[in-house]
Design a protein around this ligand. Structure first.
Ligand SMILES: NC(=O)c1ccc[n+]([C@@H]2O[C@H](COP(=O)([O-])OP(=O)(O)OC[C@H]3O[C@@H](n4cnc5c(N)ncnc54)[C@H](O)[C@@H]3O)[C@@H](O)[C@H]2O)c1
Length: 255
């Protein structure tokens, strides 16, 4: 198992499926974890559960679209733990699914605001801390919809392509300063986000079967399978991976 002893890992969207699992796995690997989410109740419950596992936790509610809140979360993390070794910018949404011409413009704006501006603001405030340390790793959560089209999800796909654009540009800007920036791109993963989509389908089981067919493994991912890639991306031993989009898709994009 990757060892994060003595390291501080900051995670957004920690009330949700992937964020919560990431906080647990980084914590169990020895990290002190700083977690945030816009869902305060879920965040407090996550912090309590992590502490119950013996993990050291700092938590602060934060809407990633609010620059002051993001800055305050970064400052709070440094005040609590002294540094930020790794950051997982995971908070995101998947708005209702529509053909492009039927997509409400407000949905497009909201998706871009949370999924793109949120990642931008987090990196904007994490990078100066990492520059002062002379090292750091950032893992932005994109999607397979960030490397290819996603019918009925054009706003989401655009936002996840943009996350890769931010990742690659910043990776080149800050690689020489010791900061590695990568993206993880999951296929459909069993979290609240997927449950929400399944709830809108006339036949949940049929929909899940249809989605599973897209992967070579013929199943969707479990959160822990995606989180392994986040631990790999931020691992100090993984020192030459920079500006990469790490696709975790059960073979979906292999053909
Ligand atoms: N589950 C999937 O199938 C899947 C596939 C590919 C990529 N992803 C990406 O993985 C990330 C995590 O998704 P998940 O599946 O865990 O979803 P989730 O809905 O379980 O969790 C997302 C979390 O983000 C939080 N959030 C939403 N808006 C926020 C805001 N403005 N500020 C702060 N937090 C906010 C939510 O409260 C929630 O706790 C997202 O970026 C998502 O796009 C998920």
């Amino acid at each position: 198992m990757t060892d994060y002893s003595g390291q501080v890992v900051m995670i957004t969207g920690a009330s949700g499926g992937l964020g919560k699992e990431a906080a647990k796995q980084f914590g169990l690997a020895g990290a002190q974890v700083a977690i945030s989410d816009v869902n305060e109740e879920g965040l407090a419950a996550c912090a309590e559960a992590l502490r119950g596992m013996g993990i050291e936790v700092f938590y602060q509610a934060c809407d990633v679209t609010d620059e002051q809140a993001v800055q305050s979360f970064v400052e709070g993390t440094v005040a609590a733990f002294g540094r930020i070794d790794a950051a997982v910018n995971n908070a995101g949404i998947d708005a209702d699914h529509h053909l492009l011409a039927d997509t409400p413009t407000a949905d497009f704006d909201r998706t871009m605001n949370i999924n793109v501006k949120g990642v931008f603001l987090c990196m904007k405030h994490q990078i100066p801390v990492m520059l002062a340390q002379g090292e750091g790793a950032i893992c932005n959560i994109s999607s397979v919809a960030g490397v290819g089209g996603a019918p009925h999800m054009s706003a989401y796909a655009a936002s996840k392509h943009a996350v890769i654009g931010l990742t690659k540009s910043a990776a080149f800007e800050y690689g020489k300063k010791g900061i590695r920036i990568n993206a993880v791109c999951p296929f459909v993963t069993m979290t609240a986000m997927l449950e929400q989509t399944l709830d809108t389908m006339p036949d949940r089981e049929q929909a899940l079967k249809y989605l599973s067919k897209g992967s070579a493994l013929k199943r969707v991912a479990q959160p822990e399978e995606v989180v392994h890639a986040m631990l790999f991306a931020c691992d100090k031993k993984n020192s030459y991976m920079c500006g990469h989009e790490l696709v975790i898709d059960g073979g979906m994009t292999a053909i």
